[in-house]
Each structure stands twice: as structure tokens, then as C-alpha cells.
Design a protein around this ligand. Sequence first.
Ligand code: NI
Length: 274
Amino acid sequence: MRIGSVLLSLLLLGGCAQVRTVPVSGERPGPGAPHPRFGTPRHFDADLLRFRLAGTQRGAPGPRLPAIPPPRHVDCRQHKCVALTFDDGPAEYTGHVLDLLAAHHARATFFLLGQMITNETQDFVRRMAAEGHEIGNHSWDHASLPGLSPDGLRRELDRTQEAVRKASGVRMRLMRPPYGATNKAVDDETKQTGLAQILWAVDTLDWLNRNPTVIAQRSAAAKPGDIVLMHDIHPTTVQALPRLLDELDHKGFTYVTVSELLGDPTPGRKYTNR
Ligand code: NI
């Protein structure tokens, strides 16, 4: 009897242990889990921020806008740096992208469309700023900028500067021309308004090939100093992220924002990598 109950306990314990050790999703632990190389992350509490912002709007004490972490000084001559960039949001999958980046202590750069910043998505913009990501201007509605009048061009950029400033308090210093299309008028306007033009070295073509394996392979082929182009509006890109972050981790990459990669980018100038 006694031996039987001991055996039964062992079986139960074994069963429990087994249940605990099998990963639920087959993927990596959530954003709060300690990172194998960097330890416990500075976990961002989106609910707390939302609560504080809501409280502030009712007149209660608290910061109205997120505290933005100080810029880091990463020496990309010493480290294998890569700048992951996500265009065309903020949108419904952006929160998931931020969770995955947090789990890898990865900073990235988001090039936002002004018209995508709504009551539903503005928390993502605040969260980007609070978690140390960089925010860049991707125009108001994805217009091809070289085709616009001088007024039209200025309006595309100014309206988005204002939308991001209102949502997060951030004054953007980077822009990415939609389709990578730029010309002398765009060079002049961005120089005048203090925006560096950020293109890319690695194009994942994630808008064309909606295949997470292919997207992860293309991103993971980045060389040190590269700027990688992706879009956080496609679920397949989000599905590619765990694998590509694992691969880049394995290769020893440090994830930096575009400004961390480039140092102090010059307004008007075009960049594809470091
Ligand atoms: Ni775009």
C-alpha cells in the first residue's frame, strides 16, 4: 500500500514536472522572462502606463507622456550592430512586435504613418517611446513624395511630426520616404526640417512574400551595421520575428535604433547602413 502510494506520488510529481517543462507555445518565454545573456528585463507595464495616462486625463497626478529612456552609447565598431526597422504602422500587431522585442532586449525603429495614429493605436506610440525604440516619420498617408508640390510634401511630413508629438512627446529626427522614393526637393525639405532620410541595406520583401521562414532567413542574413526593412502590419512578419531574433541573438548581434547605429545622422542625408 505504502509503496503503491509512493509510486503514485512519484508518478504524479513526474507528471507535473513534465507538464511544467513542456513549453506551452513551443516558442520562447514571454517578455517578462529573464534573458539568457542580459538577465531580467526592465519590464514595461503597459497597463500601468495606460492607468497613469487615464488618471492624468482626469486631473490626477502622474506623467502625461511616457518617460523616454536616455539614449544608449553603443560602439558599433566594437559590437555587431543591426538596426531592425518596421514600417507603415502603428497597427493591430504592433503590440505583439513590441512584446517580442522586449523579450530579446531589442531596440528597433518604427517608421509611422501619421494617419495610422488613432485613439486605438496611440498607446503603441507611447509604448515605443517608453521602451527605448526610435520613432521615424513615414509620411502621413504613404504618398510618393517626389510627385508632390512643395506644400504637399511639407504637409505629409509636418502632420506626422505633429501626430507623433501629440501621442508620445517625441520629436522625430528620422524619416523614411515611402517606396524609398526621394529627389532633390525631398533632400532640401528634410534638410530644412531636421530629418535624416533612412533607407535600408536589407529588404526582406515581407509585403510580397508572406512566408515567415523566408522573411526570417532574409533578415538573419544582415551584416553588422545593416538597416533591415520590415513591416509590422503583416502577421507573417510578426510570425517570423521569434526565429529571426533567435538567429541574430545566436550570431551575437546587438539590436540598436537607427540613431544609435549611425551616431548623429545628418538631416537631409540618405543612409542605408553604417
Ligand atoms: Ni512604407
